[in-house]
Unconditional design. Structure first.
Length: 104
């Protein structure tokens, strides 16, 4: 199942993405972060009301208000080797601030 958060004139909404390029609005869920933290996640993610054309949609960050953002750098072997770098022995971790979120 693919999920997304869209901007609308009344605020953000969580949608379930279909193979046809349509976002099925999940009732009462403002974003994917709220959906994933909801105790009735499975039922809500299979519900649906209004459909939104995703080709013309205003996409928002999937989780607009994350608590933490932990990133992993140097995680593509091919890219590291094509740039002439050495493969790291341990993962390279770094943090981002929630204000750094700009879009999907």
């Amino acid at each position: 199942m693919k999920l997304a958060t869209l901007r609308t004139p009344t605020g953000t909404i969580a949608v379930r993405v279909t193979e046809d390029g349509v976002g099925i609005e999940l009732p009462g869920v403002p974003d994917v972060g709220a959906l994933l933290s909801h105790p009735d996640y499975a039922r809500l993610s299979n519900a649906g009301i209004e459909a939104h054309d995703l080709h013309s949609a205003d996409w928002a960050p999937v989780v607009p208000h994350p608590g933490k953002i932990i990133c992993v750098g140097l995680n593509y072997r091919e890219h590291i080797t094509e740039m002439g770098g050495d493969l790291p022995e341990f993962p390279t971790l770094f943090a981002k601030y929630p204000e750094a979120i700009t879009g999907p």
